[in-house]
Design a protein around this ligand. Structure first.
Ligand SMILES: NC(=O)c1ccc[n+]([C@@H]2O[C@H](COP(=O)([O-])OP(=O)(O)OC[C@H]3O[C@@H](n4cnc5c(N)ncnc54)[C@H](OP(=O)(O)O)[C@@H]3O)[C@@H](O)[C@H]2O)c1
Length: 331
C-alpha cells in the first residue's frame, strides 16, 4: 500500500498515519527493543514515517530505540518527541515541569538520546499548572530560533490554553486522546484547533487496545499502564467490551478489522470538523502496523458513522485516573 501525506500545519507535512512509539517500552506488556526496532523499520518501509515518542516513555528507552532507526533513516522520518513530565508516570509517581530551564535541558537530553540535531515537532506533554503557558511556550520558541526544533506542539491542552500558547508562537499540532470512546475534545479543543489552523494528532486512537480484535483483559498484567485507567477496571470492562462488539459489527459489514474502523472513524470526524488529523496508533508488531495503515483505505457509510457516534454514551469509566491530568478536567 502507499501511505499518503498530509499537511498537518503550515510547513509540516507528515504521513497520513503515524506510529506511536510509547509501547516500544514495556507499557502495555513486555517489549523487546530489537523487535521494536524491526517494527519501526517496517513502519517507515511502508510509508508510516511520522514517528511519535517522548523523553518519559521507558525513561528514555523509547527515544533510544527510535534513535537507532534514525541513525540510518533520519531523512525519511518526521520526528516528534515531548517533554514536561517528570517522575515515573508508569507507576503514578508523576509531575509536570514547564519551567523555561527545564525546557532547555530537556531538548538537549532528547537530542542526545535520539542522536539528531533537530526535532521536527516538539510537544509540551502536559501544561504545568504552576507556570504560565506563555512562559513555557516562550522558552520552546527559543528552541525554534536556535534550530533545535522545527515546530511546536501541545498535548492535552484545553482550547483556552491552546489559544494562549498560539498567541506566543504558532502551534503546529495538538496531541490529545480522541477515539470512538473518548470524545470530550470535540467540545472545545478540536474546534479551537480547526479555527487556529492547528493540526490534531489523536493519541490512543484504538483506546489502548480496547478497540481491536485482539483485546483480551486477561493479557493486562500487573505492571500494565491500563491498570491505572478506570475504563479497564473489572467492573467497567463488560460494558466496554460490548462497545467493542458494536464496533466489530461495523467492521464485519465493512470487511475491515475493529482497529481499522476505529481509525477510519477518526478520519471521518476530522474531515467533518475541517482540520487535518493524523492518528498515531502504537503496536509492537509489524503485521499490526500494516493492519492499522489499511484503515486509510476503509470507507464508512453515514449510517455506520452514526452508529459509532452513539457508542461513547455507553462507555463506562473515565479515560484518565485524574480528570485534571487531561484537558477534560480543566475545560
Ligand atoms: N500525549 C500523551 O499524553 C500520550 C498518551 C498516550 C499515548 N500517546 C502516544 O500515542 C501513541 C498511541 O497511543 P497508545 O499506545 O496509548 O494507544 P493505542 O495506539 O490506542 O493502542 C495501543 C495498544 O493497542 C494494541 N494495538 C494497536 N494496534 C492493534 C491492532 N491492529 N490489533 C491489535 N492490537 C493493536 C497494542 O498492542 P500490541 O503491541 O500488542 O499490538 C497496544 O497495546 C503512543 O504510542 C504514544 O506515542 C501520547
Amino acid at each position: 500500500m502507499t501511505v499518503p501525506t498530509v499537511e498537518l500545519a503550515s510547513g509540516l507535512t507528515v504521513s497520513a498515519q503515524g506510529y506511536g512509539a510509547m509501547s516500544v517500552a514495556p507499557v502495555y506488556g513486555p517489549a523487546d527493543p530489537a523487535e521494536a526496532l524491526a517494527t519501526l523499520h517496517h513502519a517507515v518501509d511502508i510509508g508510516v514515517t511520522f514517528l511519535d515518542t517522548a523523553n518519559v516513555y521507558g525513561s528514555g528507552l523509547s527515544e533510544q530505540v527510535v534513535g537507532k532507526l534514525l541513525a540510518d533513516r533520519r531523512d525519511e522520518v518526521q520526528l516528534a518527541t515531548k517533554f514536561g513530565l517528570v517522575g515515573n508516570p508508569a507507576n503514578g509517581n508523576r509531575g509536570i515541569d514547564g519551567r523555561p530551564d527545564h525546557v532547555r535541558e530537556s531538548i538537549d537530553a532528547s537530542l542526545q538520546r535520539l542522536g539528531v540535531d533537530v526535532v521536527d515537532l516538539y510537544y509540551l506533554h502536559r501544561v504545568d499548572p504552576d507556570v504560565p503557558i506563555e512562559e513555557t511556550v516562550g522558552a520552546m520558541a527559543e528552541l525554534v530560533r536556535a534550530g533545535k526544533v522545527r515546530h511546536l506542539g501541545l498535548s492535552e491542552a484545553t482550547g483556552d490554553e491552546l489559544r494562549r500558547a498560539h498567541a506566543v508562537h504558532p502551534i503546529a499540532a495538538i496531541q490529545s486522546e480522541w477515539s470512538i470512546v473518548s470524545r470530550d475534545v470535540e467540545r472545545n479543543v478540536v474546534p479551537t484547533a480547526a479555527e487556529l489552523g492547528i493540526g490534531f494528532v489523536p493519541f490512543s486512537p484504538v483506546s489502548r487496545g480496547l478497540l481491536t480484535d485482539a483485546f483480551d483483559p486477561a493479557h493486562i498484567g500487573d505492571g500494565d499502564l491500563r491498570r491505572r485507567f478506570p475504563r479497564f477496571d473489572a467492573d467497567a470492562l463488560p460494558a466496554n467490551l460490548d462497545v467493542r462488539g458494536a464496533v466489530r459489527a461495523v467492521a464485519d459489514e465493512t470487511g475491515a478489522t475493529v482497529a481499522q474502523v476505529a481509525l477510519a472513524w477518526l478520519g471521518v470526524k476530522a474531515r467533518a470538523f475541517g482540520l487535518p488529523s493524523v492518528p498515531i496508533p502504537g503496536t509492537r508488531f509489524a503485521a499490526r502496523v500494516d493492519e492499522n495503515a489499511g484503515a486509510l483505505d476503509v470507507t464508512l457509510t453515514g449510517g455506520q458513522v452514526q452508529r459509532l457516534d452513539a457508542l461513547a454514551d455507553r462507555v463506562v469509566g473515565a479515560r484518565a485516573s485524574d480528570p485534571l491530568w487531561v484537558s477534560l478536567g480543566r475545560e
